[in-house]
Design a protein around this ligand. Structure first.
Ligand code: CP
Ligand code: NVA
Length: 303
């Protein structure tokens, strides 16, 4: 069985820290113009069963910058459209390419793919996890503020894939998560770590109090189904605005996985303001995914 990158919880603190430091190093190498092409002759297949801008571009650009080639597939014009099984798709691609990234609704579908693949598989987002996003976010925090260990992160929004990956990282890397989630949209206890690395608050301001990092996500995550969306009323909306950022520590940073909707989950003042790191955060998807793919294909290249 190949080594995969499906969820943060599958990795130790040592491995996550290795990847984060390697992502920072690969970024420095690229900025210094160092040519590094260990993937020459290798092929990455990207399967998207949901829309994407950042994930697609960062994987395609990153793999090409490291010398490899990519193939893009989606569920509209591949045989996935005709309901070929995910297992048979995995078996087929394993005979043709070296590594696969899959963005798909159910995490169990990603696992079914990985269980039938003989090549490494990366999670490009499922309804339950978005591990590449959180690795890029932690790398961004490290660049601007140093070690994430011991910090307080405020999550303002419903419980979704991004929050679940944050909670897994908090459990392993030892930081706290303050959660404001609207009633009816809170976490599923079966999907979170046992250790109490998180706490609930009744308002966004309370959750943000004393936070070093404030983050949010859209009102409408793709992981929620139509029935759940119908339950969503005005009370299930939230916004990170100046008042929320004022409750946080004075040097707190703001992050958002993007895409963002100004005037909905975040005000323009915050996302376009001095505390916002969203563009570094988007860029760092490129660098951290290079580190992860290098690890899956070549192992640890540094001690
Ligand atoms: N943040 C993120 O994964 O963006 P895309 O949906 O555009 O890939
Ligand atoms: N929670 C969002 C993340 C988008 C990158 C979604 O799943 O739609």
């Amino acid at each position: 069985m190949a080594t995969n990158f499906l969820a943060i919880k599958d990795f130790s603190a040592d491995s996550l820290n290795y990847l984060l430091n390697r992502g920072l190093e690969l970024k420095r190498m690229q900025k210094s113009g160092i040519r590094y092409r260990p993937f020459e002759g290798k092929m990455l297949a990207l399967i998207f069963e949901k829309a994407s801008t950042r994930t697609r571009v960062s994987f395609e650009a990153g793999f090409a910058q490291m010398g490899g080639s990519t193939i893009f597939l989606n569920n509209h014009d591949s045989q996935l459209k005709n309901k070929e099984s995910i297992e048979d798709t995995a078996r087929t691609l394993s005979r043709m390419v070296d590594i696969v990234m899959l963005r798909t609704p159910e995490h169990s579908r990603l696992e079914a793919f990985a269980n039938n693949s003989t090549i490494p598989v990366l999670n490009g987002l499922t309804n339950e996890n978005h591990p590449c996003q959180i690795m890029g976010d932690i790398m961004t925090y490290m660049e601007h503020r140093g070690n994430i260990k011991g910090i307080t992160l405020a999550w303002i929004g419903d419980a979704n894939n991004v929050l679940y990956s944050w909670l897994q990282a908090a459990d392993i890397l030892d930081f706290k998560v303050n959660i404001y989630a609207p009633v009816g949209f809170t976490i599923n206890p079966r999907q979170v770590p046992q250790k109490q690395c998180y706490q609930f608050f009744l308002t966004p301001e309370e959750a943000a109090t004393g936070a070093d990092l404030v983050t949010t996500d859209n009102w409408k995550s793709t992981g929620y189904n139509e029935k759940q969306e119908k339950r969503r009323s005005v009370s299930a909306r939230w916004q990170v605005n100046t008042a929320v950022m004022k409750a946080a520590n004075p040097d707190a940073v703001f992050m958002h996985c993007l895409p963002a909707y100004r005037g909905e989950e975040v005000s323009s003042e915050v996302i376009d303001g001095p505390q916002s790191l969203v563009w570094d955060e988007a860029e760092n998807r490129l660098h951290i995914q290079k580190a992860i793919m290098e690890y899956l294909l070549l192992g640890k290249v540094k001690q």
